[in-house]
Design a protein around this ligand. Structure first.
Ligand code: IDP
Ligand code: MG
Length: 150
């Protein structure tokens, strides 16, 4: 089992899409093991997006991400990092396939609704940043029908 960090960005909350986006992850069979509504500080945004420092879009990205609340989710399931990224689609709404979340709900480069960890290593680092007190370990009653045993 993997756990991934998903952020619903400010545009997702302003547009009232949090519930619909979350439903898609639940429908896919990912389990909620952490959830927070928070406004990112400059420091936390800089830590989260450290790999992008110096890129032309960096200042705009941090300004956007700190502008109003975001929702942070820790989602668990088989290969959750890969599964969640596939569900989200390509980075830019214009390029994301219909059927994916970014493909279905937007056509902007900057305002692309979600963040998802890009590897198990990134997920571990990002989860520690957003959920320093740890995650909820629980067994969904439907798990035998959702996940393979091996
Ligand atoms: P990802 O979110 O699909 O992993 P990254 O390349 O890691 O994409 O970029 C992080 C975030 O930075 C994107 O989700 C998007 O919000 C923003 N971003 C990336 N490239 C651009 C750009 O060319 N213009 C505007 N925003 C960008
Ligand atoms: Mg990324």
């Amino acid at each position: 089992m993997d756990t991934t960090l998903i952020l619903f960005k400010p545009d997702a909350l302003h547009r009232g899409l949090a519930g619909r986006l979350l439903s898609r992850f639940e429908d896919k069979g990912l389990q909620i093991v952490g959830m927070r509504l928070l406004t990112l500080s400059q420091e936390m945004a800089a830590q989260h997006y450290a790999e992008h420092v110096g890129r032309p879009f960096y200042e705009g990205l941090v300004g956007f991400m700190t502008s109003s609340p975001i929702m942070a989710l820790a989602l668990r399931g088989p290969e959750a990092v890969t599964v969640a990224r596939a569900l989200m689609g390509k980075t830019f709404g214009i390029e994301a396939q219909p059927g994916t979340l970014r493909g279905d709900f937007g056509c902007s480069k900057s305002y692309n609704l979600l963040h998802g960890s890009d590897s198990p290593e990134s997920a571990a680092r990002e989860l520690a940043l957003f959920f320093p007190d740890g995650l909820e370990d629980w067994e969904p009653i439907q798990s035998p029908w959702l996940w393979d045993k091996e």
